[in-house]
Design a protein around this ligand. Structure first.
Ligand SMILES: Cc1cc2nc3c(=O)[nH]c(=O)nc-3n(C[C@H](O)[C@H](O)[C@H](O)COP(=O)(O)O)c2cc1C
Length: 215
């Protein structure tokens, strides 16, 4: 049943955009910005959602979606608590991967690199720009703990809303703004005939080098 359903679904049906690999910019950040703008204009849903992959203390992989908060010369930014599994995993091993998938364009971008923390004033600004509800949830400082009941969550939230009323610029002490400093970035353009175009950037002592990959 499942197998037939899956076989009936289309993938990379197109029409898909071209990818001029020869004309790609020297820096992957610039190409990412172009592709990202294209995804926004094409109406891709939540193009800023990305999979963040980490490894745990046993070397086992873990992955979840987070939101891209910024992209600058340093790298790709995301925000999270540092108390949950991902925060603990990054503290033990800062090697991470980010994956974007923009289905409508048949595009994937894969980034491998090292996660480091932004400056404290940057993470404070990120936290304070969050909607009140999101700040209250973060202040509960329980992400990924087991939840006993809805009542438990409601009571913890009420406590934090009270604190926020007294101190509106309260910042959760465990909140972090992480920057993924890229070492490798691969741009993958799907093709309806499966002749996918792949361009990988690798950061070396001399700067960014580029290589094409087999589909
Ligand atoms: C669309 C979407 C966006 C999300 N954005 C974030 C985010 O920006 N930061 C975050 O900590 N978790 C975000 N989450 C929740 C994470 O996927 C995850 O459940 C949570 O961070 C706990 O991860 P951990 O247990 O591996 O630490 C998002 C989930 C979805 C589906």
């Amino acid at each position: 049943m499942m197998k037939d359903e899956l076989r009936a679904l289309k993938s990379l049906a197109g029409p898909l955009p071209a990818f001029d690999m020869e004309g790609a910019p020297d820096n992957p950040r610039l190409l990412f910005s172009l592709w990202f703008r294209h995804a926004v204009e094409a109406g891709v849903a939540e193009p800023h959602a990305m999979v963040l992959s980490t490894v745990d203390e046993k070397g086992a992989p873990d992955a979840r979606i987070v939101i891209l908060k910024n992209l600058d010369r340093r790298g790709w930014h995301f925000a999270s608590t540092d108390q949950g599994p991902k925060g603990r995993q990054i503290a033990l091993n800062p090697q991470v991967a980010l994956t974007f998938h923009w289905a409508r364009l048949g595009r994937q971008v894969r980034i491998r690199g090292l996660a480091r923390r932004a400056e404290m004033h940057e993470r404070d600004a990120d936290f304070l720009a969050r909607p009140a509800g999101a700040r209250a949830i973060a202040l509960t400082a329980r992400q990924s703990d087991t939840l006993a009941s809805a009542k438990e969550l409601e009571e913890a939230l009420e406590l934090q809303r009270d604190r926020m009323r007294g101190t509106p610029d309260l910042v959760a002490p465990h909140w972090s703004l992480f920057i993924v400093v890229p070492q490798e970035v691969e741009f993958w353009q799907g093709d309806t005939e499966r002749r996918h175009r792949r361009l990988r950037y690798r950061h070396e002592a001399a700067g960014w080098m580029r290589e094409k990959l087999w589909p």
